[in-house]
Design a protein around this ligand. Structure first.
Ligand SMILES: Cc1cc2nc3c(=O)[nH]c(=O)nc-3n(C[C@H](O)[C@H](O)[C@H](O)COP(=O)(O)O)c2cc1C
Length: 198
């Protein structure tokens, strides 16, 4: 199914069509997977440091897929266990050019992931990001170095049938999506003063 944004102002269809479903279907072609990470690669970053990394596994790689699934919290496992692709989004904490802490590493990793997700939408794929995972377990399981921080997990695939989800998740899946109004977060002059154009 689709669950497009009910937007107040016109936005690009790629943005309104992107959403975070829980129902997943068929496997993703390997060339499309490469396209997703190519999109992430061309994201912008502070000092062009490109501080992101991804640990990715596909459902046919049963051992590594299970290792990643085991890092998710149970509430996410319920639906993510059928996703064709599971991944971890990782931020590399220090700048490559001087080794100093990169305060924008997580910001940039998030931007790269947002870019990846829009590319997924353009390819008729869906993606669902997750904060609900055990970072310590992920670090141990995948030998992630101390200089890198897993910041999110992500499930990717073609959209599946909502009817395959448990009833409670079907209700959440079909509920209207909502957002705060622009006036609550676009300010001018001082914090809390809504910009006149919103
Ligand atoms: C960083 C991040 C963490 C999230 N964590 C979870 C999660 O653990 N479980 C989940 O079901 N959804 C999670 N989500 C999905 C959000 O709930 C979802 O993006 C939000 O409700 C808005 O819905 P939409 O993406 O369909 O517009 C997460 C999204 C982001 C960006």
């Amino acid at each position: 199914m689709e669950n497009p944004a009910i937007n107040d102002h016109q936005i690009h269809p790629l943005i309104s069509q992107r959403w975070s479903p829980r129902a997943f279907g068929k496997l993703v072609e390997k060339d499309k997977l490469a396209q997703l990470f190519e999109a992430a690669r061309w994201s912008s970053s502070c000092f062009n440091d490109q501080p992101w990394a991804f640990i990715v596994t596909t459902k046919d790689d049963t051992v590594n897929y299970q290792k990643l699934l085991d890092c998710l919290v149970p509430a996410n496992v319920i639906w993510a266990q059928v996703a064709p692709v599971l991944g971890l989004v990782i931020a590399q904490k220090n700048f490559k050019h001087n080794g100093k802490p990169n305060a924008w590493a997580e910001y940039d990793a998030g931007q790269a992931t947002a870019t990846l997700v829009l590319q997924a939408t353009a390819l008729n794929l869906v993606a669902h990001q997750m904060g609900g995972f055990d970072a310590a377990k992920a670090i141990a399981t995948f030998n992630i170095p101390e200089t890198a921080k897993p910041v999110a997990a992500i499930a990717i695939g073609y959209a599946g049938e909502t009817s395959n989800l448990p009833t409670e998740l079907q209700e959440r899946e079909t509920a209207p999506r909502n957002r705060h109004p622009l006036s609550s977060f676009v300010f001018t002059g001082e914090w809390g003063s809504s910009a006149p154009f919103v």
